[in-house]
Design a protein around this ligand. Sequence first.
Ligand SMILES: [Zn+2]
Length: 468
Amino acid sequence: MTVVVGNSCIFCANVLNNSDEHIIPDSINGRLHTRELICSECNQKFGNKLDPVIKESLQFVLFALGIGNVKKMQVKDQDGKAYLVDQEGNMKHVAPEVEVFKIGDQTGISVTGEKNVAVRAFAKKAARTFGAHALKLMDEGKFQFNEKTTFLSEVSAPAKIEITSKLKLAINKIITEFFAYSGLALDLIKERTERIFNLDESGEDIILCNFDQNVRKVKENEVSHLLVIRSIRETKQIYGYVELFNVICGYTVFAEGYNGADVDFKYHQNALTGEQFDDEVLINTDAVSGESPSFDLLVNSVLENARAVQHSANFSTMLSDILAQLEEDVKQGKISVGEKEQQYFEQATKLAAEMMVFGFPDDVADFTKEEELMVNYIHSVIKEAGKKEFEFFYHQLVGREFPSEDDGLVYVMEAFKYKKHVSKNGESRVKVYCYFKAKNAASEKYFPCKEIFDVLGLPPPPTDMAWV
Ligand SMILES: [Zn+2]
């Protein structure tokens, strides 16, 4: 029996009632949709109970790419402390941390947390510690508020994607709908659609895969959603393959012992712009294997690709600005057309060089050793393997006092702190910060080490050190 798509819902056999179904959810920028697949009751049920799991699982990716309304995200650090992270990577404690400390015979209270919450927590602790006297202190303005920023790299939670049976069911729904959408025989997916209809998570249809990009290598600068349904002659199978943001990749076998005509359907879209790709997609089904769930490589790769896309978009905008200005100059008779060409070439080359060094040095793979050294130095970046040697080389900075003009306090350089940086040429790298603590207050500051080197007038490091 073959049910014809276009008459009845593929899940419950209700007559179709013009319900618009996004095969890849709208919430992750999916653009493939149809009114000829499922009924409004099913659409509503899945929209409430199943589809949201996709967005939840990809929350970190959406957040990092700035898609949808994910502006802030709650994460936890290794100790289970909760933070809110904004898109610049700044973190704030959700629950305030209260600390009472002594300097000499004076008692101080330090509260760290989100501003409004922290002020209240502070007032409460102050009243309890100092009694009514606290109110007098507050009136006299003897309190200090300092904003502190913690590093995103210190939390591990956000990049974690949990593989659950519900997530697999949601992926199964996507690829099964695409199977029906492609007009393939619905009797092959009868049991599947029943399980999906019943939100039955016990099925073993979907294998999550491609953790090492062996099933499909994502192209340079590609950030995409992909759906594929194909037959394989040798194994007589029809399989389905899904990629969402090139991070969640799922494989499924729809049919065994298939002898019919070749099947080859594909939907491939740019996940950032929605634009469709008409490219050749190679899938190595032999590399689909059991799950070794580590999304690190896939998440890093999609973030790198998105950054590279941003990079070239910025570059083209600046190039058109340059061109517009030069054309204006030609119009006003300030320069000739020939001079315009010449100046455009010169300015574009200079811009490209500046962007490589100051804007996106991590996207340039072929700096010479000297250029790499200079660029790393400008950005306070060192090789992780050289940390110890770096600290030894600059050990005299630790313990040094620096007066701050901003707040009139004297700060002591306490230690070097490191933030994970993009690796390059297979080498782990970190950005180095100098961490300062105020001498008689709870205030702290972080500066990229290059800023401190500049203040002190230090020369760039020798080229033969392990960290450069
Ligand atoms: Zn239905």
